[in-house]
Design a protein around this ligand. Sequence first.
Ligand SMILES: [Zn+2]
Ligand SMILES: [Zn+2]
Length: 132
Amino acid sequence: MAESNLHQQQFHKALQREPINCGRDGCPGPVEIQDLSQVHDRVKTFACICRLCGWQDQVTGHEQLTPPWDDTALLDMAYEHLMHQPAICPFDGTTVVFTSRPNPRRRAKYLLSCFYCGRQAEMDWPPQEARR
Ligand SMILES: [Zn+2]
Ligand SMILES: [Zn+2]
């Protein structure tokens, strides 16, 4: 459990482009983060490379698509987004990315993606419940 938490933390840092510590004791880095993912990857992969000592590591999400986000989870995420807060995947604590979709009927639509577990969902915007 502790190990997977550490792994998730590393992944979150890479996703947010936060500084990652070099894996070698006492090495001050800096560690460069490269996004190795393809455009359509549901789960992202990052390479971490220390510019100073050449230490390398890869951080990848852990695909897990079931169970999907339920309505409560989706509404929570929509609410966070409305409040300009980061929306968090309830399964792994990863920040969910909102991507706007082309919309033929002029209604906004978002694709929600968690790049750690690969869960995705489409949502009309604003969500119905929030319009009341
Ligand atoms: Zn280093
Ligand atoms: Zn997730």
